[in-house]
Design a protein around this ligand. Structure first.
Ligand code: PLP
Length: 469
C-alpha cells in the first residue's frame, strides 16, 4: 500500500514511512493511495474473531508488505493484551436501539489507547532496524498525551515531547501524563489553548531549520496508523450487531475528526454504515461545516468535554481531500486560503456528498447533562461528558427505529469525576490499577505559547540527526 499527501506534492511513502513521518512534508496528511475494500463474505467472516484477530484482518491491506501477517497479528495481541476487558472494546446495550461501544478499557482510560498502544509497538518495530532516533512532538487536549506517553515511555530510540494547555486538562488527565517519570518523556504545559499548542506543533514541522535537525514524528491523529487502528472497532461492533446483513449507525463525540474519520474509512471499505453522527459540543466548527458549509474558526470555549474543545479539526482535511476528488494541488490551494483567512466556504455540492453518510449535531451543556442523567437513571450507566454528548446526538438523530445506533464511549467516567458527579450525583471511582494516581510524583515544565521558547526547550533535550546517519 502506498500513501500520498492530501496536498499533492510530498513524496509517496509506504506504510512504514507514513507511520514514522506523521505529517507530510508539504503540510498535508498521508492517506492511502486507494481505499481497500472487504467483500460481504470477508466482513461476515470476522464474526466471532477475537479483537486482535479482527484488527489483523482489517489492517492487513493498509500495512501491505511492511509486516508479515504473523508479525502484524503478534503486535495486535501484544497491544490489546494490555486492555482490562477480554472483549477489548465491549458493547453495552442501553435500550432497544442504543448501544455504547466502550473504548476506554486501555491503560489510560480513553479510546486513544486503542490506537496508541499499537502505534508504540509499530514505532519500536520499525526503528529496531534503522539507525534513527525518533523525536515525537505532540499537542494534547488531554487524552492523546497520556495515551501516547503510556505507549512510548521507556521505549528505545524515542523521545516524546507532549504539549498540553496549562490548566485546561482535567487533573486526572494531567497526572496521567506528568507522573510518568521515564527519562524519554517530556511534558510541557503551554500557557495557551489546545489550538495554540497544536499550531506550534504544526509550525515546528514546517520550520525547516528546526525540523531538519531532528527526526520528528507525530502521534496526534494526523498520524495515519492511528486512524487505521481505529477503523477496527467499527467493524468489530457492527459485525456483532448484524453486519454485513444489517446497517449500523455510529454517533461519535468529535474533536479533531480522527475517530469519526475512521468510521468513514470503514464505510469506504464496504462496512454497511447507515449513518455517522458527528457530535460536537459548543465548539461547533464541524457541525457548522457539515450542516452549512461554514468551516470557519471561532474562539475556543472551555467545556466539561475538553477533548472536544477544538476549533481546527486537522483530520477534516482528509475528508476534504476525497470531496475534492482527491486533487491534492487543488486542496493545497484551498487549505492555504483557509490558513490565511481562518475560514473556508465548502461548496454545496461537496456538503451534499458528505451528507449521504454524515449528519452532525451541536450539543449544549444542558442536553449533555440530560443525556448523562438519562443513561444513569434509565440504564444504570455512568457516562463521561464526551460520551454523553455522543449519546445526546444519537437521540437527536432521526433514524429508522430498526437501525442500531452505537455511541462511542470515548473515556471512562472516572477521568471526569466532577462533571459526572454534577450530572448524576454519583462520583465514579478510578479503576484499582490506577487508584494511586493522586499520590504519585509529577514532573513538567511550563512554557509560554511561543514557538521559539518551545523549540529551544526541545532542541536542548532531543537527539539530533547525526551527520553520518
Ligand atoms: C480525543 C477525544 C475525543 C475526540 O476524538 P477526535 O478523534 O479528536 O475527534 C472525544 N472524546 C474523548 C474522550 C477524547 O479523548
Amino acid at each position: 500500500m502506498r500513501y500520498i499527501s492530501t496536498r499533492g506534492s510530498a513524496p509517496a511513502l509506504d506504510f512504514e514511512g507514513a507511520t514514522l513521518a506523521g505529517l507530510a512534508s508539504d503540510g498535508g496528511l498521508y492517506v492511502p493511495a486507494a481505499w481497500p475494500s472487504l467483500s460481504s463474505d470477508e466482513i461476515a467472516g470476522l464474526a466471532g474473531l477475537s479483537y486482535a484477530d479482527t484488527a489483523a484482518a482489517v489492517m492487513a491491506p493498509f500495512v501491505g508488505e511492511a509486516l508479515t501477517p504473523e508479525d502484524l497479528r503478534e503486535l495486535c495481541v501484544a497491544a490489546y493484551g494490555r486492555f482490562d476487558h477480554a472483549a477489548v472494546t465491549p458493547l453495552v446495550q442501553l435500550d432497544p436501539s442504543n448501544w455504547l461501544l466502550e473504548l476506554f478499557h486501555g491503560p489510560t482510560l480513553a479510546f486513544k489507547d486503542v490506537a496508541l498502544q499499537l502505534l508504540g509497538l509499530l514505532f519500536e518495530r520499525f526503528l529496531s532496524t534503522r539507525d534513527t532516533h525518533l523525536t515525537v512532538v505532540g499537542a494534547t487536549s488531554g487524552d492523546t498525551g497520556s495515551a501516547a506517553i503510556d505507549a512510548l515511555a521507556g521505549r528505545a530510540k524515542v523521545d516524546i515531547f507532549m504539549l498540553h494547555p496549562a490548566g485546561r486538562v482535567s487533573e486526572v488527565q494531567r497526572r496521567q501524563m506528568t507522573t510518568v517519570l521515564s527519562p524519554n518523556v517530556h511534558n510541557i504545559a503551554i500557557e495557551g489553548s489546545f489550538d495554540d499548542a497544536q499550531a506550534m506543533v504544526k509550525a515546528m514541522f514546517a520550520h525547516q531549520s528546526f525540523s531538519g535537525r531532528f527526526q520528528l514524528s507525530a502521534v496526534n491523529s494526523i498520524n495515519w496508523a492511528r486512524l487505521m487502528a481505529q477503523v477496527v472497532y467499527y467493524f468489530y461492533a457492527a459485525v456483532r450487531l448484524g453486519a454485513p446483513g444489517r446497517p449500523v449507525a455510529f454517533s461519535v463525540p468529535t474533536g479533531n475528526f480522527g475517530d469519526v474519520f475512521a468510521g468513514y474509512v470503514a464505510a469506504r471499505m464496504g462496512l454497511p454504515v447507515a449513518r455517522l453522527i458527528v457530535a460536537t459540543n459548543v465548539n461547533d466548527i464541524l457541525h457548522r461545516a457539515l450542516s452549512a458549509g461554514d468551516y470557519s474558526v471561532g474562539t475556543v470555549t472551555p467545556t466539561a468535554a475538553p477533548s472536544m474543545d477544538i476549533q481546527v479539526s486537522s483530520n477534516f482535511e482528509r475528508l476534504l481531500f476525497d470531496l475534492h476528488g482527491r486533487d491534492g494541488l487543488a486542496l493545497a490551494a484551498t487549505m492555504r486560503g483557509f490558513e490565511e483567512t481562518k475560514r473556508l466556504a465548502i461548496p454545496q455540492a461537496m456538503i451534499g456528498q458528505a451528507s449521504e453518510l454524515f449528519t452532525s449535531a451541536r450539543i449544549d451543556p444542558d442536553s449533555m447533562a440530560l443525556a448523562m442523567r438519562g443513561a444513569w437513571e434509565n440504564s444504570g450507566q455512568l457516562l463521561d461528558p464526551h460520551t454523553a454528548i455522543g449519546l445526546a446526538a444519537a437521540h437527536a438523530a432521526d433514524l429508522p427505529a430498526d437501525v442500531p445506533i452505537v455511541t462511542l464511549a470515548t473515556a471512562h467516567p472516572a477521568k471526569f469525576p466532577d462533571a459526572v458527579e454534577r450530572g448524576t450525583g454519583q462520583r465514579p471511582q478510578l479503576p484499582a490499577r490506577i487508584g494511586d494516581l493522586f499520590d504519585r510524583e509529577e514532573r513538567y515544565e511550563t512554557l509560554p505559547a511561543e514557538l521559539e521558547a518551545v523549540e529551544a526547550y526541545i532542541a536542548e533535550r532531543a537527539v539530533p540527526i547525526t551527520a553520518d546517519a
